[in-house]
Design a binder for this molecule. Sequence first.
Ligand code: GCU
Length: 413
Amino acid sequence: MEPYRTVCTSFLLSMLLLAVFIRLQAQPTEPINYDEAKVPVYTLPALLKTTTNQTVHDKSTWEKQRRPEIIRLFEENVYGKMPRPYDQLTYSVTHEDANAMAGKATLKEVLIEVVNHAKSVKINLVLFVPNQPKKPVPAFLLINNRGKDNTDPTRAQKSEFWPAEMVIDSGYAVAAFHVSDLAPDDSVRYVNGVLQLYPDRLTANNGMRAIGAWAWGASRVLDYLEKDASIDAKRVAIVGHSRGGKASLWAAAEDTRFAICITNCSGNTGAALSHRRFGETISRINTTFPHWFANNYKTFNNNEDALPLDQHMLLAAIAPRPLYATNASKDLWADPTGTFLALKQAERVYALYGLTPRLPASPPAINQPIINSPIGYHNREGEHNLTAYDWRHFIQFANLHFRSKPIRYKKAP
Ligand code: GCU
């Protein structure tokens, strides 16, 4: 009996060791840098130089040459190519309540169905429109990457993640869809959504994955909003938090119909610079979330210096449309300084449009929002989250930029 027990015990022990070994192999081992002194010397790819080494001095060269090059770089290397054509988009209002929020708003639950190659994807949109004024209103559209209860149409559950009442009281419509309708946020199941409509994307190394699918979904919702007479679809702000904020940036870069882009705590492969290697890194994000980005992006794991782009170029691709980014003071994983530096770089493209850079030279203090600027920014005190504080400032930013007369900044020198 004794030898048998010994064999069993050693077998179990070796299995345990093997499991630990496999787990360690699966985990990226590189240490995460939270020390500014350890940020390596890096050179950002030139924002205002074309691939043929021509300097970009004006908005025409920017729009005709450099911006399309930048979009292609991100499609090829990061988010994957986003398929545009589809066979059909239909929608139906599945539930309407003209007396929502104690009579202040009309609730519409809309089922948007997009068909391509006989496959379809269904997006469930929750939309509240203020009952006054009786004219098309601008809207905030949230890409919801958290629980669906955050966007509860019954309002039995309320959440700062989507403070619909606050937005309605400010005179805006407020809408949201959930990322799982487009691509479940799971490394195996992410294919069960938009990617069914474009199966060739799945085999391509530059094919979009989950983040691309979510951004694609935001554009399909905008297709619907353009048909909804209660919405001023030329004034829709796309909002995303964290992974949703990576998608809101990509959606706004790809689809110039989004009038304002808001990216909240979006961090690595969102608004923060990758070359700095502060907080989350490319290898970390690609290992933990292998289903977010195009396969090609993995070639930059532990190889940031080889990247022919950085996130300042994505932010710049949103110009001249107003852009608002945030951080949270305790969220070093998302690299607040690297976010601010990326925004500062992007200001150079806003300047090509005569929009004077208004961000300070170095990051503003915590809870000191910069609103009156083509690029807005704040670093909120606290944790990684999307809160009422953040939304209050998004609304102020939109109030400024969605005024009936567009805001005129002094010409850049
Ligand atoms: C993880 C991930 C981040 C992401 C965040 C989120 O922390 O590493 O890149 O932004 O999740 O979506 O909340």
